[in-house]
Design a protein around this ligand. Structure first.
Ligand SMILES: [Zn+2]
Length: 414
């Protein structure tokens, strides 16, 4: 594309317009399979309608805009316009609307040498039905439709029915995979959702991959007894054991790239006069290196066994969910770093502790890389989510130049 055709300010204006359209006083409300989400998509379709692109929705509900090139090999840009309830204006939307601006600039320069597509993945957040990366998971075959067939929201509405209301047949969703048959690269721009880039004074960074996750439900069983009457040394207090376990989880997250969270804990009987007889907690451990992640988990198992003996309780682990670390394409990471340095003067490599659609795409072998732009105070999934306008513009410019380079690499010489 000609650099003159790119106007990152237009992406900013689009982001503000989408915010205006889909935000209330609590934040963005673009939850997938809701009316506001459909409104956001209709708005996006209108913007895409101004370009010489083919727009349609695949069998998994992902929205595609394809700018046909001289060759069928396809460079794919993508992210998601869906948000969590009371979410921010940039999470997902930046990647889609930044990609839209790149498409605009490419289209203005005439037919590109290879095909370029923009995808708005459906239901990345899993906010309503609890399954993240839904559209990208179904399209890449990393998510089996049968595994979500029985899933309901809080009101008892089945995921399949909510999808059907938006014209998507869950059983047919895997057919969406054909869209990626010609993909030679996948590029995704996203806010960092962490404090690292801001702390280091960098507008843009390059993501080397996404962390592996081990998520376990842990049940601690002691004995509920009367708190006023029972001596301290004879208790089998499930909450005291659980509290020690929480500290062990944190202690096992030793290096800079480790993440470990106990985000949920339930206590029974949960009254002031009873020693807790039972606790249930959920442990979420993450690391970009599979062996380190396995070590973190086994360390917690070992400490739990010792705590169980010490506190005379039973502790059982049940794996709820796990995913292997995903490494992005080494050549694309190096290229993205070079481009980020050219556009912003600096660059850095970082991994993503959070999951993104890019992980699903990378896991089926499509060369993939992500760009992160700094997030103010690292806050996301909240109305306060923000990034300085100049950094947003630098990020879109970086995505555009990276797309150009990737197109050039995908175009056979001669
Ligand atoms: Zn996101």
């Amino acid at each position: 594309m000609a650099a003159a055709d790119l106007d990152p300010g237009r992406a900013l204006a689009d982001l503000r317009a989408l915010r205006e359209l889909t935000e209330d006083e609590r934040g963005a409300q673009r939850v997938a399979w809701t009316e506001t989400w459909a409104t956001a998509r209709a708005w996006l379709r209108e913007r895409l309608g101004e370009l010489p692109v083919d727009v349609d929705t695949d069998e998994a509900g992902n929205l595609w805009a394809v700018l046909p090139g001289a060759r069928p090999e396809t460079v794919v840009l993508g992210s998601h316009v869906d948000s969590v309830p009371d979410g921010g204006w940039l999470d997902g939307a930046l990647g889609v609307l930044g990609g839209l601006e790149v498409l605009r600039a490419l289209a203005a320069a005439g037919e590109p040498p290879v095909t370029v597509a923009l995808v708005d993945w459906a239901d990345e957040e899993g906010a309503r039905f609890g399954r993240s990366l839904l559209g990208s998971g179904l399209a890449t075959g990393t998510l089996d439709p049968d595994s979500v067939a029985g899933v309901h929201d809080r009101d008892g509405i089945a995921l399949a029915d909510a999808m059907a209301e938006h014209g998507v047949d869950l059983r047919a969703a895997p057919r969406a995979g054909a869209r990626l048959d010609r993909a030679v690269a996948y590029l995704e721009l996203h806010i960092e959702q962490g404090p690292v880039l801001e702390r280091d004074g960098l507008p843009v960074g390059v993501v080397t991959g996404t962390a592996g996750v081990e998520r376990h439900a842990v049940r601690v069983r002691g004995q509920a007894v009367q708190g006023g009457g029972f001596p301290m040394d004879a208790r089998r207090d499930a909450l005291v054991a659980a509290a020690r376990l929480v500290l062990a989880v944190r202690a096992a997250a030793r290096d800079e790239r480790s993440r470990a969270t106990v985000g949920a804990i339930a206590v029974r009987p949960a009254i002031p006069t009873a020693v807790p007889g039972e606790c249930e907690l959920v442990i979420d451990q993450r690391h970009p290196d599979a062996r380190t992640l396995a070590t973190m988990l086994s360390e917690v198992h070992d400490v739990a066994a010792a705590i169980a003996v010490d506190e005379r309780v039973e502790i059982d682990f049940q794996r709820i969910w796990s995913i292997d670390p995903v490494a992005f394409d080494g050549d694309l990471v190096a290229l993205a770093e070079e481009v980020a340095r050219e556009v912003t003067g600096t660059s850095a490599r970082l991994f993503s502790g959070a999951l993104h659609d890019a992980a699903a795409v990378a896991s089926i072998g499509v060369p993939t890389v992500m760009l992160f732009v700094q997030s103010a105070a690292g806050i996301s999934h909240a109305r306060e989510e923000d990034t300085a306008p100049e950094h947003l513009e630098a990020a879109v410019a970086t995505l555009a130049r990276l797309t150009d380079r990737v197109i050039a690499r995908a175009t056979p010489r001669g």
